[in-house]
Ligand binder design. Structure first.
Ligand code: FES
Length: 106
């Protein structure tokens, strides 16, 4: 069975007040919004066969955060700023080439 979306991206946006590690402390919400906006601008966002950027709760890799994961490839990334998000979008989402330097599992 093939994947409904060409790439389905989940950003962990979990925010904890307890002081424990969480992606919400690392600009995750802003970067998710940015990714969504960029994919729209680039014309790759949409329904079946296209790219979808979603918010997620804790993905249970908090110490490595902020994290996002791209399916169906199941490639996990961390990121710092808009340049990192741009690189993931341009290389992985547009050209199918995962970005080694931002991968969490190497
Ligand atoms: S808080 Fe993001 S993976 Fe747990």
């Amino acid at each position: 069975m093939s994947s409904y979306y060409q790439h389905h991206v989940f950003f962990c946006l979990n925010q904890r007040d307890s002081g424990e590690a969480c992606c919400g402390n690392h600009n995750a919400a802003k970067m998710q919004e940015y990714a969504k906006k960029r994919c729209k601008q680039l014309g790759i966002a949409g329904g079946e066969g296209r790219v979808r950027i979603n918010k997620a709760g804790c993905l249970n890799r908090c110490e490595l955060g902020p994290v996002l994961v791209v399916y169906p490839e199941a490639v996990w990334y961390t990121f710092v700023d808009e340049q990192d998000i741009d690189e993931i979008i341009e290389s992985h989402l547009l050209n199918g080439k995962p970005v080694e330097r931002l991968m969490v599992d190497r």
